[in-house]
Design a protein around this ligand. Structure first.
Ligand code: ADP
Ligand code: MG
Length: 140
């Protein structure tokens, strides 16, 4: 995903592969914001990111926790802000500490402000087709 910023995928596995490409490039301190409606494929993309980081963790939507950390080449904190209810919850998340410990990927990333973050937008394109756009790439 380094040079191409727009791709269409025809199924979840293809979306995972794009996530995997990004995951291989992640370094400690990187923040990735994922945007897209429910069922767009954000969690699927995170599954690929984890694979790209050499993690064998089972990636699922964190239902009750806001964050889960998967071990790998570097730690991956998987944040899902779908159920975020207040600013204090966001503060308790300790984003800075998570970034000190590894890379962070955030589903519903439009709910936070982060000028240095990479941004990936996933859109439905009918059936199993999705448009994946890297609207802001990693800084390296
Ligand atoms: P989100 O986290 O954005 O709510 P999920 O990744 O949990 O979305 O779910 C996406 C759903 O859409 C899954 O059931 C997945 O199998 C399906 N799907 C179908 N086609 C694609 C595709 N091209 N990319 C990603 N997911 C897809
Ligand atoms: Mg999800």
């Amino acid at each position: 995903m380094a040079t191409t910023t727009l791709r269409e995928t025809a199924g979840p596995e293809e979306t995972e592969v794009l996530g995997e490409e990004l995951g291989r490039r992640l370094r400690k301190g990187d923040l990735v914001l994922l945007k897209g409606e429910l069922g767009a494929g954000k969690t699927t993309f995170v599954r690929g990111i984890a694979r790209g980081l050499g993690s064998e963790a089972l990636v699922a939507s964190p239902t009750f926790q806001l964050v889960r950390v998967y071990p790998g080449r570097i730690a991956l904190a998987h944040v899902d802000l779908y159920r975020l209810e207040s600013h204090s919850e966001l503060a308790e998340l300790g984003l800075d500490e998570l970034l000190d410990a590894g890379a962070v990927v955030v589903e519903w990333g439009d709910r936070i402000e982060a000028p240095d973050a990479a941004v990936v937008v996933i859109e439905h394109r009918g059936g199993n087709h999705r448009l994946i756009r890297v609207t802001r790439d990693l800084p390296h």
